[in-house]
Design a protein. Structure first.
Length: 235
């Protein structure tokens, strides 16, 4: 059980929850969250938005029964957070682009922070795509060198991939596919990492619900991912 320290709206339907929990969460990992006894049956996977070792924060969109329950929780309440799970984004340096769409922006905040902390000489540019009200842009601007915001369009239109050594992306599969193709078509040298947020059940590699086809065979997004190399999934 973890104690909720904060849980508030940051934009239409998007909430930020901070919980007290000793952790060694890495950028791109996720937790299975649960704040109920029997129903809904499954815990819900949510990415690590931020972590300082003593607390973990989650940015979540309210879309259904589970996230509605999360939104109703008050500071001081308890929540079960199981994790961190998954591979996370790899360490990287050089000229780095982080490209997120919708809830896919969540894991990119910690990625920007950690990459800049580890390699202050590296450049970290963040591209954020929103279909509605933009959020937390100031926070991303503090973590990264440059933030480009796209509202209502295609964030993939805003990036010239040719200047980058590494591109990390999270968001709708179609967005990541288009970005990967843009890199290939442009002959970009960048190594591309994609975070596959497939529907999940167990979250620990046992049920195969989250299986995705890759060029190196079927992989479990929860255990072998969620972060995978772009060529494996879209190549
Ligand atoms: C590894 C991973 C990390 C994630 N990180 C975040 C995060 O940081 N913030 C966040 O808001 N969400 C994140 N998600 C998605 C989140 O898990 C779902 O939105 C949540 O489980 C929905 O639960 P619910 O009970 O509120 O909605 P449900 O009633 O279960 O579903 C409501 C609607 O959301 C859709 N939905 C549910 N899960 C997904 C999914 N994985 N992908 C696309 N559509 C889905 C359903 O099809 C349905 O239309 C992540 C998912 C994965 C697999
Ligand atoms: S969610 Fe069960 S194997 Fe991935």
């Amino acid at each position: 059980m973890a104690k909720i320290l904060e849980n508030h709206l940051v934009a239409d339907d998007f909430c930020l929850m901070k919980v007290e929990a000793d952790n060694d969460a890495k950028m791109g990992q996720f937790y299975m969250l649960r704040a109920w006894d029997k129903f809904p049956v499954l815990s819900r996977p949510i990415s690590v938005f931020d972590s300082d070792g003593k607390t973990v924060s989650f940015l979540y969109k309210v879309v259904g029964q589970g996230t509605e329950i999360f939104q109703s929780l008050q500071p001081g309440a308890d929540i079960t957070i199981d994790g961190p799970h998954g591979s996370g984004f790899p360490d990287a340096q050089g000229k780095i682009a982080l490209v997120g769409g919708g809830v896919g922006i969540a894991p990119l905040y910690l990625a920007a922070k950690r990459l800049k902390q580890a390699h202050p000489d590296s450049t970290v540019d963040v591209y954020l795509g929103f279909s509605g009200q933009p959020m937390l842009v100031d926070e991303y601007e503090q973590a990264a060198d440059k933030v480009t915001v796209n509202v209502g369009g295609f964030v993939t239109d805003d990036i010239d991939p040719t200047g980058y050594d590494v591109i990390m992306t999270c968001g709708p599969e179609i967005m990541m596919r288009v970005l990967y193709k843009k890199c290939v078509d442009a002959g970009a040298r960048a190594k591309v990492y994609v975070s596959m947020e497939n529907r999940m059940a167990c979250g620990i590699g046992a049920c195969l619900v989250c299986t995705c086809k890759t060029r190196s065979g079927n992989k479990r997004a929860c255990k072998d991912g969620p972060v995978m190399e772009g060529w494996e999934v879209f190549g």
